[in-house]
Design a protein around this ligand. Structure first.
Ligand code: SF4
Ligand code: SF4
Length: 86
């Protein structure tokens, strides 16, 4: 079911992440962190802390892995399933 986002957020596809931490370093509001857990390729992956993203997109442009980060801006119309997929 489509919903309109009231605030921005990002999704990180943990299997695409190589844990380089570039996104964490560039995020102006410091809402990303490295996970204690490993993905299936043996990398600690980056995670969104869950709140505070402004949707600026800086992390997306810094990430060297295509498809690892998706930025959803406030006001975007998305399928609510994106909250349950990882
Ligand atoms: S979109 Fe901007 S505020 Fe949101 S996590 Fe990425 S760098 Fe941080
Ligand atoms: S910049 Fe991309 S590959 Fe590097 S830690 Fe962040 S999501 Fe992972």
């Amino acid at each position: 079911m489509p919903i309109t986002l009231e605030k921005a957020f990002i999704k990180i596809e943990k299997e695409q992440c190589k844990g380089c931490t570039l996104c964490i370093e560039v995020c102006p509001v410091k809402v990303l962190k490295i996970s204690d857990k490993f993905n299936s390729r043996g990398y600690h992956y980056s995670e969104y802390v869950g709140d505070g993203c402004t949707g600026c997109g800086v992390c997306f442009y810094a990430c060297p892995e295509p498809g690892a980060i998706t930025v959803y801006k406030r006001g975007a119309v998305v399928d609510e399933k994106i909250f349950s997929l990882n």
